[in-house]
Design a protein around this ligand. Structure first.
Ligand SMILES: *[C@@H]1O[C@H](CO)[C@@H](O)[C@H](O)[C@H]1NC(C)=O
Ligand SMILES: *[C@@H]1O[C@H](CO)[C@@H](O)[C@H](O)[C@H]1NC(C)=O
Ligand SMILES: *[C@@H]1O[C@H](CO)[C@@H](O)[C@H](O)[C@H]1NC(C)=O
Length: 443
């Protein structure tokens, strides 16, 4: 831990949203336990920002370091080293399957399709309901598919320092291939590993990739069989636009260490909120993690996070179940994330004709009523990464009590720091790999 609990608690108290404050009213919890819970929640809340800008824990560390340094500012922002080339006009650079209609045409056509198909969730009552007697045709057209032997075509391999201070060296495509950090396995699945060399003196090698294609509006599907897990790991599948946070960020799959419940989070510029932190009012199966203001600058970059409630959504539970499909829909009515475990994938997805309006309650939903999805988000590229330690995984190393991490990593592996564990126990990272069936982007 870089911080003791007390300053963290003090900071969290100072910034607690009402739902956090309520925790303190519960006489049944000791202060220490409450502090720990708040620490977790704050960690989760702030970790999503960790992406390009990834100054995770930002507010807490930032405030803390301001205090420690007497106000001399430290630069955290490692902005957009992987911003998609020419992202602002949305045409991507990968040629053959690029968006046909230029900058904002895809969003407009998506919206037109959604309303003309009558399947929009909040469409008027005059809209036809999906037919049960004839196969429904999907309003979505496949724009990009990453799968099989050509999976890695159309992704840039990011080779900068990890902006979230993980102890990884992100390698280029050639190195990843020759070091067996990427491969297409015999099932035709794309593998992205971290180096399992027993001991390293500095950083462990890993992979972070970004689509050269970018999209404004759309439906992104990830079918993964396995995801990185275990103490020290911090994997994510997410997307962001240019000029963070102006282009917005959508975290679809994310967590750390042995966590079992996925967290999805958005980060935006000023003006985007969610109308409630009540799951039933939002119409989600997940739980709102923190506050309702999604603006990075006003919330110490907390964003609006929502966690799943099932342990098959992330980590060991996900892997033991053969994974499943994550879907992120970005349309006029808002942004939604669903998860379908392996044996419950809707047939329309398998049939390559997705019908999100038939999928039922999403895990997470950020309604357009309080956050215009085409104002706060644009020109996103999808990203996979696995980092080790760093601002989230490293800083909750000693914490216990999160779902899946009931015991702290320090206690579980018997090593007092994340960095020591990562550098000296390469074999422990045999499970720190993505195995991806496909990523599909529909518009
Ligand atoms: C997109 O941006 C790139 C780089 O700025 C530029 O070369 C290209 O002409 C732009 N395309 C359109 C359609 O604006
Ligand atoms: C993009 O299209 C959406 C949907 O039609 C629209 O609401 C939005 O204003 C457009 N954005 C820009 C920058 O044109
Ligand atoms: C790559 O790594 C995997 C996992 O450790 C191993 O099973 C496989 O044999 C390796 N492939 C090569 C070519 O070394």
């Amino acid at each position: 831990m870089r911080l003791s609990h007390l300053p963290v608690l003090a900071f969290v108290l100072a910034t607690a949203v009402p739902s956090d404050a309520n925790l303190f009213a519960r006489g049944t919890q000791s202060l220490a336990r409450t502090a720990n819970r708040l620490h977790h929640r704050a960690a989760k809340r702030s970790a999503g920002l960790a992406r390009d800008l990834r100054r995770a824990f930002s507010g807490m560390y930032y405030q803390q370091e301001l205090a420690e340094t007497g106000g001399s500012q430290r630069v955290y922002c490692v902005n957009n080293a992987n911003a998609p080339p020419a992202a602002s006009n949305g045409t991507g650079s990968s040629g053959s399957q690029s968006s046909p209609s230029g900058s904002n045409g895809t969003a407009a056509s998506t919206s037109a399709r959604a309303s003309s198909s009558g399947t929009a969730k909040h469409a008027s009552s005059t809209a036809a309901s999906p037919s049960s007697t004839s196969p429904a045709s999907s309003p979505w057209k496949l724009a990009k598919s990453y799968q099989g032997n050509s999976f890695f075509d159309g992704w840039d391999f990011f080779t900068g320092d990890d902006p979230t201070h993980g102890i990884v060296d992100y390698v280029d495509q050639g190195t990843a291939q020759s070091a067996n950090l990427t491969e297409i396995n015999s099932d035709g699945h794309a593998i992205m590993r971290v180096d399992t060399t027993p001991t390293v003196s500095g950083n462990r090698r890993s992979v972070r990739i970004t689509t050269t294609y970018s999209y404004t509006g759309g439906l992104v599907l990830l079918d993964a069989v396995h995801m990185p897990t275990g103490c020290g790991t911090w994997p994510a599948f997410w997307s962001n636009g240019p000029n963070w946070p102006a282009g917005g960020e959508i975290d679809i799959v994310e967590g750390v260490n042995d966590y079992s419940d996925n967290q999805a989070t958005i980060h935006t510029s000023h003006g985007c909120t969610i109308p409630s932190s009540d799951s039933s009012k939002l119409g989600i199966s997940g739980n709102v993690v923190g506050g309702t203001n999604c603006a990075a600058a006003e919330t110490n970059n907390a964003g609006c996070g929502m966690t799943a409630t099932q342990s098959n959504t992330y980590g060991v539970g996900f892997n033991n179940n053969g994974g499943g499909v994550y879907a992120m829909q970005w349309v006029d009515k808002g942004i939604s994330v669903w998860f379908f475990q392996r044996n419950n994938i809707p047939s329309d997805i398998s049939a390559n004709a997705p019908l999100p309006d038939n999928w039922g309650t999403p895990m997470a939903f950020w309604p357009a009523t309080d956050c215009a999805p085409f104002k706060f988000f644009d020109s996103h590229s999808a990203i996979f990464d696995t980092t080790l330690c760093g601002d989230w995984a490293g800083n909750v190393w000693n914490d216990a009590g999160a779902p899946g991490q009931e015991q702290s990593c320090a206690a579980r592996v018997g090593i007092s720091t994340c960095e020591d564990f990562v550098r000296n126990h390469g074999a422990a990272f045999a499970d720190a790999y993505w195995e991806v069936n496909y990523v599909k982007i529909y518009q």
